[in-house]
Design a protein around this ligand. Structure first.
Ligand code: ADP
Ligand code: MG
Length: 287
């Protein structure tokens, strides 16, 4: 099955309902509030937003871990409310979570990566091919015989990603995959996600609070109070420093520096995303 949109949400609302022991409603949190969005196949989307803005709740709708209170979510044209679609949706849209320790179940790296395709009923010979290919893609093939317990956080996270890739998904949703990692681990995970997008054409949804990680995306969604408040290219988003501050978000350090220099009168364009861009902008200035 293939569809014009990899992911689509239409007027999505999701409420967490708290009940007491008798089942009476104690409170309702509207985590997603009448939000619509579309993601095309092959896009790299980043989602920003401060804590509690609804990012994880939205992400869980993309592989049918949650279903809408109101509105509709489609994954590759499949309505997530239809129970008959859930199995296919979980194979097409894989998820990677924050804590790698909760995601790895195998005693040996290659065994862990093989679980997904095994559950899908893939023949053994092909499972091994997929395990090898997936581990190579994330740069963990040389660790295939290791115990996951002895890996660094970043390495574990790349094994989790390999486990998802081995199911040959069309889309991978990464919910703050780098939050618990050191800077090197973070770089490796982001590099792996970019390679999957660029080389394999896999649609990527990256939720992060590290501004530096989103500059490679095609589009950025900024969430606040269960809405998508802003969406656009990283450059368009990071040109709006004051708006982002209102939403309690920062911008990459180099973007902020460029913004401060501009405010002090230097003729520098908005939305500088890299050191090179800033250096070139400054070199081009006439005194
Ligand atoms: P984010 O990932 O952006 O931090 P979440 O989607 O986790 O945001 O949370 C959105 C809102 O839903 C918050 O107000 C949060 O407290 C609430 N929430 C999240 N998970 C639950 C849950 N399991 N039960 C009740 N409320 C929840
Ligand atoms: Mg979250």
């Amino acid at each position: 099955m293939s569809s014009e949109n990899m992911l689509k949400a239409e007027n999505l609302t999701f409420e967490y309902i708290r009940r007491d022991e008798e089942g009476n409603v104690e409170g309702i949190t509207t985590a997603i509030d009448n939000t619509s969005l579309e993601v095309k196949p092959g896009e790299f989307i980043s989602i920003l937003g401060h804590n509690g803005s609804g990012k994880s709740t939205l992400a869980k709708h993309f592989n049918a871990l949650l279903s809408p209170t109101e509105g509709t979510v489609w994954v590759d044209g499949m309505d997530t409310m239809d129970a008959d679609n859930v199995w296919d949706i979980r194979q097409e849209a894989g998820m990677v979570f924050q804590n790698p320790d909760n995601q790895i179940i195998g005693q040996i790296v290659e065994e862990d990566v093989g679980f997904g395709p095994e559950n899908m009923g893939i023949p053994t010979a092909e499972i091994w091919e997929r395990v090898e290919e997936s581990l190579k893609t994330v740069g963990m093939y040389e660790f295939r015989k290791h115990s996951p317990n002895h890996l660094s956080g970043g390495q574990k996270q790349r094994v989790s990603i390999a486990g998802v890739i081995a199911m040959h998904p069309k889309c991978i949703i990464l919910d703050e995959p780098t939050a618990m990692l050191d800077p090197n681990g973070r770089k490796d995970v982001i590099r792996a996600a970019r390679a999957l997008n660029q080389v394999e054409g896999i649609t990527i949804i990256l939720i992060t609070h590290y501004m530096e990680e989103v500059i490679y995306s095609d589009r950025v969604f900024v969430m606040d109070k269960g809405h998508i408040e802003m969406q656009g290219t990283p450059r368009a988003i990071f040109s709006q420093v004051d708006r982002l501050k209102e939403l309690r978000l920062g911008v990459p350090q180099v973007t902020l520096l460029a913004y401060e220099l501009k405010k002090r009168g230097l003729n520098i364009p908005d939305g500088i995303l890299s050191k090179d861009e800033l250096v070139n902008a400054i070199k081009g200035l006439r005194y």
